[in-house]
Design a protein around this ligand. Structure first.
Ligand SMILES: O=C(O)CCC(=O)C(=O)O
Ligand SMILES: [Fe+2]
Length: 293
């Protein structure tokens, strides 16, 4: 049986998210949860021959690498925010983590995530086509700690002069967070990464989500045996379809992904004649409601 959609944006958080392109949820993780996820990263790096403790290290499709990370696919502490945007066609776009030690030299230049030649914003100037959830596992109280840097409000801009540089931009926000903070960002926001001249190893996890019909970033198909270890909702959100058009038209068995948070129902009221099948029905998202309000 389908489960009810976990909580997502409050109207206040939605307003900030639309204005700035990023929101911060402080103390979203308890100390033991920070340890739990940090240990998963440590287990993965311990057995990776490419891991160099002195350089930036990242892995993708990390959900397949450790059960503690697979549980994040649909974790109720954040998946509701993604569901508010992408609704019944929610997909995991990428699961990744970064380790950015003191002295690392590989760090991102100013860029938005996603398509470059014809970015998402061309099609969808208001609603994001990707959001990135950040789990911050180390305290980053100062600048120059390998911080993420964002330009608030820049998710609405297609051109930024400092593209492909590390130059400072007036109004940029060097993200200083306490361990246990979750960030939710519109993937169209322009961002870069700070140097790390501190003595702290920055560790964090990113899970990005998109509508199913946008190509995933870190896989084509998931390992079938691994998929069997997941719950129904996790398996659906991975969208491991052999047939391309299934991303636009998922199988009937995958509906509903979630029951409506408020009404507990699988359908919207009064929009179709009764005989229209569930998997062929449009379902309204929270984001749709808010932008019409
Ligand atoms: O590590 C960060 O803070 C940002 C990384 C990034 O921009 C990316 O992976 O696209
Ligand atoms: Fe990025």
């Amino acid at each position: 049986m389908a489960v009810t959609a976990p909580p997502g944006f409050t109207p206040e958080l939605w307003e900030i998210f639309e204005r700035d392109g990023i929101i911060f949820l402080e103390d979203a993780l308890a100390p033991e949860e920070i340890t739990h996820y940090t240990e998963a990263l440590d287990r993965i790096t311990a057995v990776d021959s490419k891991f160099d403790p002195n350089e930036t290290f990242g892995r993708e499709n990390v959900v397949e690498l450790d059960a503690a990370l697979a549980e994040l696919i649909d974790h109720p502490r954040h998946v509701g925010y993604a569901y508010d945007l992408f609704g019944e066609q929610l997909k995991l776009h990428i699961s990744q983590f970064f380790i950015r030690p003191p002295g690392m030299t590989k760090r991102n230049l100013w860029h938005p995530d996603g398509a470059r030649a014809v970015p998402y914003g061309v099609f969808s100037p208001r609603l994001p086509m990707q959001i990135k959830i950040g789990y911050w596992l180390t305290d980053l109280p100062e600048t120059s700690m390998g911080n993420l840097v964002v330009l608030p409000g820049s998710h609405r801009h297609q051109y930024v002069d400092e593209y492909d540089t590390h130059e400072l931009i007036p109004g940029e926000l060097i993200v200083k967070v306490k361990a246990g903070t979750i960030t939710i960002m519109n993937s169209s926001i322009w961002h870069r990464v700070e140097p790390n001249t501190s003595s702290t190893i920055r560790k964090n996890i990113f899970f990005a989500y998109c509508p199913a019909w946008i190509t995933a970033a870190d896989r084509i198909l998931s390992d079938p045996t691994w998929l069997q270890s997941l719950t129904r909702e996790q398996r659906i959100i991975m969208r491991s379809y052999e047939h391309g058009y299934s991303h636009a038209k998922p199988p009937a068995s995958e509906f509903p992904l979630f029951l409506d948070r408020d009404t507990g129902t699988a359908t919207d009221d009064g929009v179709y004649r009764e005989d229209v099948q569930l998997h062929r029905r449009k379902r309204r998202t929270k984001a749709e409601e808010w932008i019409e309000a």
